[in-house]
Design a protein around this ligand. Structure first.
Ligand code: PLP
Length: 364
């Protein structure tokens, strides 16, 4: 394969180490791991690695990604983790083994479609515990829906309940929050007169309860993406060290090529109006500076502030759709046209980089 830039390199050894470490940490507490692949745009090598290392299910928010995984013949139960659209009910039944649900109308449509296709579809009802994204806010309503599935929907199997925390409302999955979910599971079990198979206590952030040893009993399933794919937030946001977690943050790197290296003013010359995206950024006059231009821009990674250069003394000044502008006056390296710069990748840049057709993916 011809090498092209920008280029994302995936360190498969570190990735597999992360998957195994995560399954191990969770397994010790009797917790199953659904490997969430949407953060890496369901890259098939990444998905295969998750399947090989033994995740319980492969999960994504997007049905097209799960379809590709199914067509690739990856032999794992597939879980849709975004509440399905009414318009995708047919695909949910034909492609997915599990889905997360919060609307009775959708559940009724799924039951009908599963009946048509002669299938039994497994669902997890989502409870909103305060993060205010998906899930039942009214828990009595949730119990009524659970009873309707149990008593009236022949082709839908209610396997459990779950919650999502941290994605919209930034709610931290502390012990009390997760205990609330376990208590709710017990209420539903009482209403149904049987045990639930799955109590799905969230995502990457909930694993910190295992690091700290205060995961409530009763949580037996987590849906983990970032913590396996990147492990960046544990170290960068929460201060856990790799030695404590066994999770490496060095799975992905993005490389870009220098297309221009020149000494230029730091302050734009002329009448300042708007940038490429209609914004009015502030510019600081620091005189003439050595600057480089990269053949990579917002279309590739979206968030300029989230790129972390690995070279010392390199400062990212800004970007437009297809260019990134850096000040390298204080850098150790003497940058020239054709040089390659490397950056760390975090979740916000990973989702765009792996989704961008112009970015080459390589496995190292
Ligand atoms: C994205 C997502 C996850 C995984 O989140 P990570 O923070 O990447 O672990 C889990 N559950 C739901 C419902 C999601 O949308």
């Amino acid at each position: 394969m011809k090498v092209r830039y920008p280029r994302v390199e995936i360190n498969m050894n570190n990735l597999k180490q992360n998957i195994k470490a995560m399954i191990d940490i969770c397994g010790k507490k009797g917790i199953q791991v659904a490997g969430v692949v949407k953060g890496a745009t369901a890259d098939l090598k990444v998905t295969e690695a998750m399947a090989e290392c033994g995740v319980a299910q492969i999960a994504s928010s997007r049905i097209d990604q799960l379809e590709d995984i199914k067509n690739a013949g990856i032999d794992k139960p597939l879980m849709l983790i975004r509440i399905p659209m009414l318009s995708e009910v047919e695909d949910v039944i034909s492609i997915c083994d599990y889905s997360l649900e919060s609307e009775i109308e959708v559940l009724r449509a799924l039951n009908e479609e599963a009946n048509k296709q002669g299938k039994l579809h497994k669902v997890i009802l989502m409870a909103d515990m305060g993060d205010l994204r998906e899930g039942f806010w009214d828990k009595d309503e949730m119990i009524e829906v659970a009873k309707e599935i149990e008593n009236k929907m022949i082709n839908i199997q209610l396997v459990g309940i779950g919650t999502n925390l941290g994605c919209y409302g930034s709610i931290y999955p502390n012990k009390e929050k997760l205990q609330e979910l376990v208590d709710l599971a017990r209420r539903i079990e009482e209403a149904l007169g049987r045990e639930l198979e799955i109590v799905s206590g969230g995502a990457t952030s909930s694993v910190m309860r295992l690091f700290d040893g205060d995961m409530p009993d009763g949580i037996n399933h987590l849906r983990i993406g970032e913590g396996i794919l990147l492990g960046y937030d544990y170290q960068k946001l929460y201060g856990y060290k790799e030695e404590e977690t066994g999770i490496s943050k060095d799975v992905y790197r993005v490389k870009a090529e220098v297309i221009e290296a020149k000494v230029k003013p730091s302050y734009p010359q002329g009448q300042i109006a708007f940038d490429a995206f209609g914004n009015q950024p502030e510019y600081e006059d620091r005189g003439m500076r050595k600057k480089i231009l990269l053949g990579m821009g917002k279309v590739d990674y979206a968030f300029t502030d989230d790129l972390v250069p690995l070279d010392e003394g390199v400062e990212i000044l800004g970007s437009s759709s297809d260019h990134t502008i850096l000040d390298v006056t204080d850098a150790k390296r003497d940058f020239k046209v054709g040089d390659i710069l490397e950056f760390e990748v975090c979740y916000s840049t990973l989702v765009y980089l792996t989704n961008c057709k112009s970015v080459q993916i390589a496995y190292v």
